[in-house]
Write a protein that binds this ligand. Structure first.
Ligand code: NAP
Length: 254
């Protein structure tokens, strides 16, 4: 194991290849972290993110891992251990909106897909990460940041009850984890972004929707992935040592 492997903190970021996850990876790399991130399908984006992390001074490992699959999640954490031999933070970021669908047309497969990725995937990632970081199991403690959404409190866009409810589950999960994992030396918080200009909005109107809603946000515009990333990086690191069980809105006031 190299000296760098022993001294630099390491973060796992799920869905780190694009959007908010990529911005978090770059922000943490700039602050001296090494990064293991997952992506679902887009290899070119993952390669671009790897180059960005390295340009920011970090080492990067990209792992193709579907957060809807338990085996893929196990593989993500095994790859992290193999590459870096330690884990200091988990950013549970991967998520989808899912196709807009009225509750009058509720569909099993549709709901299952959204909840598998947004909720169950987050549960299994925490399970893997907590085992590695727990001070009761020989770990050094650490920080978990769950990616929720302002939709958890305002209900989200039309016909997206599935998405809002999946993020509500993440808020409750965060409160419960803060109690359960504190004795293991692990802090747990959630970030709730508002309207952030990323490709996730392709599911329901894309850039046209962002342009239409942006001016209605109190601050007058949509946010950037980088603006969310700064808050996530703060919650991962030692400057937030007494922030625990918090839901931090990054919403421009919406
Ligand atoms: P994005 O631009 O669509 O990026 C999504 C990322 O997640 C990509 O790296 C994608 O990988 C990955 N991903 C998607 N499905 C996956 C799966 N099954 N397994 C593993 N990785 C998967 O999304 P974003 O806007 O950055 O959103 C990131 C998080 O912030 C999500 O949890 C979202 O709900 C939350 N959020 C976003 C906003 C917003 O306005 N943007 C607001 C509130 C909350 P590939 O590149 O391989 O597809």
């Amino acid at each position: 194991m190299t000296k760098e492997k022993q001294t630099k903190p390491v973060a796992v970021i799920t869905g780190g290849s694009r959007g908010i996850g990529r911005a978090v990876a770059i922000a943490l790399a700039q602050q001296g972290w090494n990064i293991c991130f997952s992506y679902a399908t887009n290899l070119a984006a993952a390669q671009e993110t790897t180059a960005c992390i390295e340009a920011a001074g970090g080492r990067a490992v990209a792992v193709k891992a579907d957060m809807a699959k338990r085996e893929d999640i196990k593989h993500l954490f095994e790859a992290t251990q193999q590459a870096f031999g330690r884990l200091d933070a988990l950013v549970n970021n991967a998520g989808i909106v899912g196709e807009p669908r009225s509750i009058l047309e509720a569909d099993d497969a549709h709901l299952t897909e959204v909840f598998r990725i947004n909720v169950l995937g987050s549960f299994f990632c925490v399970s893997e990460a907590a085992r590695l970081m727990s001070t009761q199991r020989g770990g050094q403690g650490g920080s978990i940041v769950n990616m929720s959404s302002a939709a958890a409190r305002h209900g989200g866009m039309p016909d997206e009850a599935h998405y809002a409810a999946s993020k509500g589950a993440i808020d409750s999960f965060t409160f419960a984890l803060a109690k359960e994992l504190a004795p293991h030396g692990i802090r747990v918080n959630a970030v709730r972004p508002g309207l952030i200009n990323t490709e996730i909005h392709e599911a329901h109107g894309g850039q046209a929707l962002v342009n239409r809603i942006g001016p209605t946000v109190p601050i007058g515009r949509a946010g950037t992935a980088e603006e969310v990333a700064q808050t996530v990086a703060f919650l991962c690191g030692p400057l937030s040592s007494y922030v625990h069980g918090a839901l931090v809105d990054v919403t421009g006031g919406r």
